[in-house]
Design a protein around this ligand. Structure first.
Ligand SMILES: [Zn+2]
Length: 340
């Protein structure tokens, strides 16, 4: 056996380990520790063995740890960097989107400021238009007034960020309302609805407003909720981006049930047949989806006043066709390239 075990003279002390000779054993002895155990000869004796070189072991371990630490640090840095990049992209995108929403498009056309026989159809538009006519010349309290005519001689005015075409307030995909425009439901439109509601009741038809005025903030929540669920492309067919909803004008209402199941009901039929008598039109007509920018909505009515509502209805045109204006978001228009 190549064991260098030696029994100490004093008793059961055994040196265990590979020592070349007694000298070698003595040299390393100072580092030995003793323990009680089997000496491989079947005797339970005190056995000496070299003490562990703790320091070097520790050093080796910390070197390993340091390497691991460096690796963790590198991974963390990469994760942080990726996170920062994602945040930057999001911020840039949000800024871009915000601008697109806030941007106001005035259609191209010769800038002429001729007086035309402006038919005013709502209390609001009437006040605003009169205001402009009075103050256009003296550059008074009206913050911003722009008057243009589209190629078909309809007068387009932008007064304090609100667009009027021939005196009719317009909120659609092309023309937006200011974020802080908060008129509430127009009292004239509300009174007209009340009259219509009572007459309908006499015919056994029960009408109610399920959504009237909606603020920019409300529309933002509504629109974002739809986008989360349906995605932007689908949502844009039935819900306006904030600032582009006619509901923010206070002149639009959804009646009874703003869903496809309203179509064909006695209430929908009654509304389609009678609403112009009270100054309303079904705003988003069937077959006009590409022009209004929205799907057919038999429940969404827009107040125009009795005269104009009847004229528009008789023409068989949607409001965009009647006024020869577009309803397209700025980015859609860019994609289509000069469609009007
Ligand atoms: Zn609506």
């Amino acid at each position: 056996m190549r064991n260098n075990k030696r029994t100490r003279s004093a008793g059961n002390y055994v040196a265990a380990g590979n020592y070349r000779d007694a000298e070698d054993y003595r040299r390393t002895k100072s580092t030995e520790s003793l323990y009680f155990g089997d000496n491989n000869n079947g005797d339970n004796v005190y056995i000496a063995r070299p003490a562990r070189r703790k320091t070097s072991g520790n050093r080796r371990r910390s070197a390993k740890e340091a390497a691991l630490f460096r690796r963790i640090k590198a991974v963390l840095c990469m994760v942080l960097f990726a996170f920062a990049v994602v945040i930057c992209i999001k911020v840039v995108r949000d800024l871009g989107g915000g601008n697109a929403i806030a941007k106001e498009k005035v259609p191209d056309g010769p800038a002429a400021a001729e007086k035309s026989d402006v038919k005013v159809t709502g209390v609001q538009s009437e006040a605003a238009v009169t205001d402009t006519a009075d103050k256009e010349n003296d550059n008074g309290s009206v913050k911003e007034t722009k008057a243009k005519k589209n190629k078909n001689k309809h007068k387009i005015e932008v007064i304090d960020g609100i667009t009027y075409v021939d005196g009719i307030l317009i909120a659609n995909k092309t023309y937006s309302l200011p974020k802080d425009y908060n008129p509430g439901l127009d009292p004239t439109a509300e009174a007209a609805f009340e009259k219509m509601r009572l007459d309908a009741e006499n015919d056994g038809i029960y009408l109610f407003i399920c959504s009237g005025f909606r603020s920019y903030e409300t529309q933002t929540d509504l629109y974002n909720g739809y986008v989360d669920y349906y995605g932007e492309r689908t949502t844009d067919t039935f819900s306006a981006k904030p600032g582009h909803s006619e509901h923010q004008s206070g002149l639009a209402m959804d009646i009874n049930d703003a869903s496809d199941s309203f179509e064909g009901t006695p209430e929908a039929k009654w509304l389609a047949k009678n609403c112009t008598k009270y100054g309303f039109i079904i705003r988003y007509k069937k077959g006009k989806e590409d022009i209004t920018g929205f799907k057919y909505e038999p429940w969404h009515i827009r107040y125009l006043g009795v005269d104009l509502a009847k004229k528009v209805e008789k023409s068989g045109l949607c409001l965009e066709e009647y006024l020869e204006i577009t309803s397209e978001y700025a980015d859609e228009k860019d994609n289509k390239k000069n469609n009007d």
